[in-house]
Design a protein around this ligand. Structure first.
Ligand SMILES: Cc1cc2nc3c(=O)[nH]c(=O)nc-3n(C[C@H](O)[C@H](O)[C@H](O)COP(=O)(O)OP(=O)(O)OC[C@H]3O[C@@H](n4cnc5c(N)ncnc54)[C@H](O)[C@@H]3O)c2cc1C
Length: 303
């Protein structure tokens, strides 16, 4: 992954907050806001699913930093809005414990974004090519595995796929055809984890965006929770994968499968272990993973 200093901050745009909604239940410590931005001005702006934008928080900042710049994955589908200059991001309000004072401090960009009122204007940068790209071949399989706001690019993928598919099917129907070669035929599998049900973003009782796709033959979502959320036990994504080992392995064996991992880097070791188990050994798994990586079918986005 690029370092923050490698991103081109000259690609600046003004953007206006058009919508803002809490996608975690009110009153819980975990707060994630779904923020819809409209890019202002006449400069060209075009994004594809899997890309990120930067947000520049106006200073002054501590330690004399002139700019505070952070990246956010685009969570909207390419055609989710009629206007191609609209996009959404999903922002988790961050806190951290200061090493010296031991006090709880607010993450600068995430709190700035979560506190923005409707109509506020901000400076964004990008869009930047991300770690994830959606394969063009509608016969490709997608295996998406993630936690927390790692769901953002997956939401963007799923929305894009099924919007395009619906359009292709409607077009085929008007042409009197039974099916369309452009409709998505590959398997789309989402393994998504949260410490508790409320932390399953876009997939909880409060907001469930994915229900619209459960009727699609090609789509399946698997939710994993922490067995003991109050005790900070890790989210059992690995267990969920193991429970569905046959299906996951069949996907990993297919040369048409693209794997995407997104979220917290601490989820990686457990996933490595479960994949090694499926592959039969650690070394067999490493060979398989490297093959997928070299063929551009393995991508990770951890932060
Ligand atoms: C490619 C990419 C995509 C991303 N996508 C998303 C997304 O879709 N949604 C999302 O919510 N986030 C996303 N992030 C994370 C996001 O960019 C920010 O890192 C996050 O919001 C925290 O930024 P902040 O400015 O609020 O916090 P900061 O102010 O940068 O603080 C964050 C961290 O900095 C450290 N820190 C800073 N100052 C101190 C201090 N004085 N003492 C101790 N520690 C300190 C702490 O570790 C703290 O946890 C993404 C990151 C990347 C790289």
């Amino acid at each position: 992954m690029n370092l923050l200093k490698d991103y081109d901050l000259n690609l600046k745009h003004r953007a206006c907050v058009k919508e803002k909604s809490l996608i975690t239940p009110a009153g819980t410590r975990e707060e994630v806001q779904h923020i819809v931005l409209e890019v202002l001005g006449n400069e060209p702006f075009d994004y594809t699913e899997g890309q990120t934008i930067g947000v520049i928080v106006p200073g002054p900042h501590e330690f004399g930093n002139p700019t505070h710049f952070r990246l956010y994955s685009i969570s909207s589908g390419k055609k989710e809005f009629k206007d191609g200059r609209m996009l959404s991001i999903s922002v988790r309000r961050c806190f951290y414990i200061d090493d010296y004072s031991g006090e709880e401090c607010k993450g600068v960009a995430s709190n700035y974004l979560c506190d923005l009122p409707l109509g506020a204007e901000i400076t964004i940068t990008g869009p930047y090519a991300g770690a994830f790209t959606l394969p063009k071949d509608p016969a490709a399989n997608l295996l998406m595995i993630g936690v927390g706001t790692g769901i953002a690019p997956f939401r963007s993928f799923v929305k894009t796929i099924y919007k395009k598919s619906a359009r292709a099917k409607a077009q085929a129907k008007t042409e009197g055809k039974k099916s369309s070669s452009k409709a998505w035929k590959g398997k789309v599998r989402l393994f998504y984890g949260g410490k508790s049900g409320v932390e399953l973003l876009y997939m909880n009782d409060h907001v469930n965006d994915f229900t619209s796709y459960y009727d699609e033959d090609t789509f399946k979502a698997f939710a994993a929770l922490s067995p003991r959320p109050a005790m900070n036990h890790p989210i059992a994504l690995d267990r969920k994968i193991e429970e569905n080992a046959a299906e996951v392995w069949e996907l990993l064996e297919s040369p048409k499968t693209h794997v995407y991992l997104a979220g917290l880097d601490k989820m990686a070791p457990n996933l490595e272990k479960v994949f090694a188990k499926l592959a039969g050994s650690e070394s067999a798994w490493q060979v398989k993973k490297e093959t997928m990586r070299s063929e551009g079918r393995w991508a990770e986005l951890f932060y």
